[in-house]
Design a protein around this ligand. Structure first.
Ligand code: NAD
Length: 498
């Protein structure tokens, strides 16, 4: 029997101090591949903890906003370097806390490193505009100002990358932050923020409040001193967050779900498309907002593609993501397993045909974790729920089409609009797809996953509300414009009149 592990007790970070929740309540962080493996306990915070964190962030804003942006950026550079040194350690802890395989958690930390360096570069840009005035001896320009205290709420599937997309642009722009990590992955945010502190971030500039959505997330959204909210998670919770923020007239960035389609045309490189499908559908156990969850197959290649994909899927090695050779880890928790199982039932009842998988894995190798077999349905019709709703698990739907136009219509016929992809060798079709697919991201000859940090990330329709993370879109969200007029004429000049 395993010796009892010493319990690590993690804390909130408020005003530079590591503090327990006012209530003293805690929750456990356990490995979804092995429920005996306890990573530690975290504070189960509430309104009072959020209030203390917001007060600390408000205090720190008074000085942080006056630190020159290139100096703020130096801290991000240092944080990027420290993350690179700690990459393997943090990736291992991330695999233990949420299950995806080590190669992917290394990628998650790498995304935070890339974001650190990219956003540090913004410290010497943060460009505004200069423009002629309509009046003589008058100078006109626009400059970016920080927003103030920013509240951030994150999901568990990219537990270091997504917090870095929020924190780093906010910090370089001069804001202070309170972040509430997902309750399934508190450790990766802890590690990220510890790194920022080690890089020299002053106390109170970033504050972390751990806990559950309604207890710790909701008070953050409502707090009057929080000037902007950045939320990533489900459309269901995003709708609540957006409504509360709107009632307080707060800028609010919502990045939510997807039901992402890959189109495979009859002229596609099929080996490449099968390879892409496996990675897109079952990478991160299908728990990516950009996961390939629908594949639309041209009728001419549907049989061959399906046979190849099913054969490759049956050979996937599923297990603890820390073990060599494992290709797919567990789902993050029991609720996600139940959601996958529920959608299998729904799909069968709707008349879809189960080709492989369809149930949790319960053998000796999988007994201690939340493992679900990679699952593929064929004969899926565009209006079925399995073709419309986000599962957020390793459950893939195959649909068929006869013409390019039909493929675009099926791809667009959903409420979401995050990522899309097309496999074709016809450059005309590829560009027409780029133009016509209703989504924030389109890949050509690659699956629906694989975003890079310096391009805008986000979606249309029920995926988002018009903001973008990554790229300069993030800087747009975390700054407000101030227009500045400097009159050096020494007389009253009246715009639109003189
Ligand atoms: P979730 O909506 O259940 O939770 C997200 C966060 O919101 C968590 O931190 C949670 O504690 C918090 N929360 C819950 N209720 C709240 C409330 N009432 N007020 C304030 N905060 C509250 O989502 P999840 O299960 O963590 O993540 C999966 C979802 O996230 C999927 O739908 C996925 O598509 C989406 N996602 C989107 C993107 C994107 O950039 N578009 C990226 C990753 C994940």
């Amino acid at each position: 029997m395993r010796a009892k592990q010493a319990e690590k007790r993690y804390k909130n970070l408020i005003g530079g101090k590591w503090l327990a929740a006012h209530s003293r309540k805690t929750f456990e962080n356990r490995n979804p591949a092995d429920r005996d493996d306890l990573l530690g306990t975290f504070p189960s915070s509430g309104k009072a903890d959020v209030a203390a964190a917001v007060a600390a962030a408000k205090d720190a804003f008074a000085t942080w906003r006056l630190v020159p942006a290139p100096r703020r950026a130096e801290i991000l550079y240092r944080a990027g370097e420290l993350l690179a040194q700690r990459k393997e350690v943090y990736a291992r802890e991330m695999t233990r806390e949420m299950g995806k395989v080590l190669e992917e958690t290394c990628g998650d930390v790498q995304e935070a490193i890339d974001t650190a360096f990219y956003m540090a570069g913004e410290g010497r840009r943060l460009f505004g505009q200069t423009t002629p005035s309509e009046l003589p001896n008058k100078f006109a320009m626009s400059v970016r100002m920080p927003v103030g205290v920013c509240g951030m709420i994150a999901p568990w599937n990219f537990p270091m990358a997504i917090p870095s997309w929020k924190l780093f642009p906010a910090l370089v722009a001069g804001n202070t932050c309170v972040i509430k990590p997902a309750e399934d992955t508190p450790l990766s945010t802890h590690n990220l923020v510890q790194t920022l502190m080690d890089a020299g971030l002053p106390p109170g500039v970033v504050n972390v409040v751990h806990g559950f959505g309604p207890d710790a997330g909701a008070p953050l959204v409502e707090h009057p001193d929080v000037r902007a909210i950045s939320f990533t998670g489900s459309s269901e919770v995003g709708r609540i967050v957006g409504q509360v923020a709107a009632a307080h007239f707060k800028p609010c960035s919502l990045e939510m779900g997807g039901k992402n389609a890959m189109i495979v045309m009859d002229d596609a490189n099929l080996d490449l498309a099968v390879e892409g499908a496996l990675w897109g559908a079952f990478g991160t156990t299908g728990q990516r907002c950009t996961a390939t969850s629908r594949i639309l197959l041209h009728k001419k290649i549907a049989r061959v593609f399906t046979e190849q994909l099913v054969a490759r899927t049956k050979n996937l090695r599923i297990g603890n993501g820390l073990e060599k050779g494992i290709q797919m880890g567990p789902q993050v928790n029991q609720q996600q397993i139940e959601t996958s199982a529920r959608y299998v039932k729904i799909a069968l009842a709707e008349g879809a045909k189960l080709l492989v998988g369809g149930k949790p894995l319960r053998g000796a190798a999988h007994a201690k974790g939340f493992f679900f077999a990679p699952t593929i349905f064929s004969e899926v019709e565009p209006t079925m729920r399995i073709a419309q709703e986000e599962v957020f698990g390793p459950v893939l739907s195959l649909l068929q089409f006869g013409t390019f136009e039909q493929a675009i219509e099926i791809a667009n016929g959903i409420e979401y609009g995050l990522s899309t992809s097309i496999y074709t060798r016809d450059v005309n079709r590829a560009y027409a797809a780029v133009r016509d697919l209703e989504a924030g991201i389109t890949y050509v000859n690659a699956p629906t996953i694989g975003a890079e940090v310096h391009l805008p990330f986000g979606g249309v329709k029920q995926t988002g509300n018009g903001h973008r993370e990554g790229g300069t879109g993030a800087i747009d969200f975390y700054t407000t414009w101030k227009s500045v007029y400097v009159d050096y004429s020494d007389r009253l000049q009246r715009a639109q009149i003189d």
